[in-house]
Design a protein around this ligand. Structure first.
Ligand code: 6GU
Length: 237
């Protein structure tokens, strides 16, 4: 896979993508990550990439010509052109899985107040937000999304790690985990985990996952119940 990022701040890359699992995926050749400076596509000698919005209002917008020419220079027929924007659909694990099968991802990072609307209308295959808060630019969202995709590439995780896990992993939160010692400052590891009874441990983990999801993420809990009903063919359980 090839991941390219169009940005005014190419020095920010690879940043954390150069470390740990994503860093090893790059080193082993599973993926390349490269940043391209949007300013290289400016038309004037000063490298102007922004302009004032028609109709007035605060802030500057990224210029339409610069973005069209940059994206047209980098995209190929197989490219997924992705615009991080707080107006986009929500980024999910399902979208990360979809993108992990693509040959080429091109992230186009906005700065300033946004881009000329014609850019989104004509160039975007995806407009995606990473959550309900406002960030300074698309740089961090591009890194977040690239990380989520890279760790799904076959061979990115070691044999001990797994992105598949059980069938319920996508809508349930993870169960609590413990390591040695069995007691620390009076805080005990749940007895069941020391029992060696793998059936009991499995049932306890599932129950804890369900409890945490019910308490903390009613949205995920409803989705989980819907999936479970669908899988059981509408039978009661
Ligand atoms: Cl994708 N971009 C910006 N600027 N802010 C965000 C975001 C994206 N997702 C959440 N907040």
């Amino acid at each position: 896979m090839k991941i390219e990022v169009l940005t005014l701040f190419p020095e920010a890359f690879p940043g954390p993508l150069g470390e740990s699992i994503t860093g090893r995926a790059v080193e082993s050749g599973l993926v390349t990550v490269s940043a391209v400076n949007l300013r290289d596509f400016a038309h004037d000698a000063r490298g102007t990439v922004d302009d004032k919005p028609y109709g007035g209002g605060p802030g500057m917008l990224m210029k339409v010509e610069v973005l069209f020419e940059a994206v047209e220079a980098l995209r190929r027929p197989e490219t997924a052109v992705i615009f991080p924007t707080p107006r986009g659909r929500k980024f999910t694990q399902a979208l990360a899985r979809e993108w992990s099968t693509r040959e080429h991802l091109l992230f186009v990072c906005g700065h300033y107040e946004g881009m000329d609307q014609r850019v989104y209308d004509r160039l975007a295959d995806y407009e995606v937000s990473i959550g309900d808060y406002v960030l300074t630019s698309g740089v961090l969202p591009a890194m977040v999304m690239a990380d989520a995709v890279i760790r799904l590439l076959p061979g990115a995780l070691g044999s001990g790690e797994s992105s598949e896990q059980e069938s319920f992993s996508e809508s349930l939160l993870e169960y609590p985990q413990y390591t040695r010692p069995p007691e620390f400052r009076g805080l005990k590891v749940p007895e069941v985990l020391l029992s060696g009874d793998h059936g009991r441990i499995e049932r306890w983990r599932r129950a804890e996952s369900e409890r945490l999801t019910r308490e903390r993420r009613p949205d995920c809990w409803r989705e989980y119940l819907r999936d479970r009903n669908k899988k059981s063919g509408g039978r009661q359980r």
